[in-house]
Design a protein around this ligand. Structure first.
Ligand SMILES: Cc1cc2nc3c(=O)[nH]c(=O)nc-3n(C[C@H](O)[C@H](O)[C@H](O)COP(=O)(O)OP(=O)(O)OC[C@H]3O[C@@H](n4cnc5c(N)ncnc54)[C@H](O)[C@@H]3O)c2cc1C
Length: 320
């Protein structure tokens, strides 16, 4: 399920969002949406969350809801719960889903062992996201449909989130930019199909894959499979937002140069110390943490980050 064109505050709230702690989540893929769910379930005090992504949609994750949504996820239902401490949550959701129950053999006692298409998982994630938001009328949420170009740390300790058309201040920033911005690189124009016009001199577009690891290889092979003949490269860490973090001394590359150096809870490290209130969730941590591009690991990491954010915000507010 995908909701289009929500650019304003989603939940009704009489408080001005400016008076609450502001959390910026950069990227509305699975990691970004999952981070929002974990925050709504873990941070007990009111806050304002701002979700940034040039893709004008909100769903259970762009990869999950995108063109390959019919593909089967390689994790079993039992490993895909987005509810901390409730490993049966996805199975329960499937059992309650009439359409799914009638489509899948009744002989299966529950669905814990099966593999499901990405689109079904995306619907589940989106529904849990919506429910979490409905239960928290004290939380306000705003969507922005521009790419984030950088983050600047202010003397106050807050961050300035830089976009082409202005900047927004926040207390906590969470990077969830995953495999980068999915522009039109998966589109294959007629004159880029290799065998169709082999004799015509064409210069196919150069596609850039951001990120690393097996998922990027997977994406690369899919592009080739779909006939994309242009140059494909994966220059890790070249995205403006990441370069800006390095330049500002807020982050450092991991030892392998694959992504950002992060702790298991997603704290971004600089000089081997966590940069206060800055987190990177999901594939950005591929060089630091094993399998952090997979759903179960991302879920665990978001709850760990949310717990830290909850604790640190409380401390900050008490001492203020
Ligand atoms: C082809 C493929 C198959 C997979 N199959 C499985 C599987 O079977 N099982 C499993 O567990 N996992 C699987 N995964 C892995 C898992 O789904 C991904 O790791 C997960 O979806 C990553 O989500 P993400 O939100 O971190 O990144 P992404 O899905 O890449 O989303 C990142 C988002 O950030 C946005 N963004 C990027 N840069 C900026 C910026 N500067 N400003 C604002 N927004 C920005 C992008 O537009 C995008 O929407 C697969 C991944 C891929 C690519």
């Amino acid at each position: 399920m995908t909701v289009h064109g929500l650019f304003a505050k989603i939940s009704p709230d009489s408080d001005s969002p400016r008076e609450k702690p502001r959390i910026a989540i950069i990227g509305r893929g699975f990691s970004g949406i999952m981070m929002a769910i974990a925050l709504m379930k873990s941070v007990r005090t009111a806050f304002h969350v701002h979700l940034f992504d040039p893709q004008p949609t909100i769903s259970g994750g762009q990869v999950m809801a995108a063109a390959q949504s019919g593909e089967i996820l390689n994790s079993r239902v039992r490993d895909l719960s987005v509810a901390a401490g409730q490993p049966e949550d996805f199975n329960d959701w499937l059992c309650a889903n009439q359409d799914f129950r009638s489509a899948v053999s009744a002989a299966i006692p529950g669905f814990q062992q099966i593999f499901v298409p990405k689109s079904i998982f995306s619907d589940y994630v989106y529904q849990r996201f919506s429910e979490a938001l409905t239960r928290r009328p004290d939380i306000s949420m705003q969507l922005s449909c521009q790419a984030v170009l950088g983050l600047r740390k202010l003397p106050s300790g807050r961050f300035l989130v830089l976009q082409e058309e202005g900047s927004i201040e926040c207390d906590v920033a969470v990077l969830a930019t995953g495999f980068g911005i999915r522009a039109l690189e998966m589109e294959v124009a007629d004159d880029e199909r290799p065998l169709v016009r082999a004799r015509r001199l064409v210069v196919p577009r150069h596609a850039v894959l951001l990120g690393s690891g097996v998922r990027v290889v997977d994406r690369l092979l899919q592009m080739r499979d779909n006939g994309y003949a242009g140059e494909i490269s994966a220059p890790d860490l070249k995205a403006p937002v990441i370069q800006n973090l390095f330049a500002g001394g807020l982050a450092q590359p991991d030892e392998l140069g694959l992504g950002l150096a992060v702790s298991p809870a997603g704290e971004v490290l600089s000089d081997s110390h966590p940069t206060a209130n800055l987190y990177a969730i999901g594939p950005l941590g591929l060089g630091s943490l094993p399998d952090i591009d997979l759903v179960p690991e991302i879920v665990t990491q978001t709850y760990a980050a949310a717990r830290l954010i909850a604790t640190r915000r409380r401390v900050t507010q008490k001492s203020a």
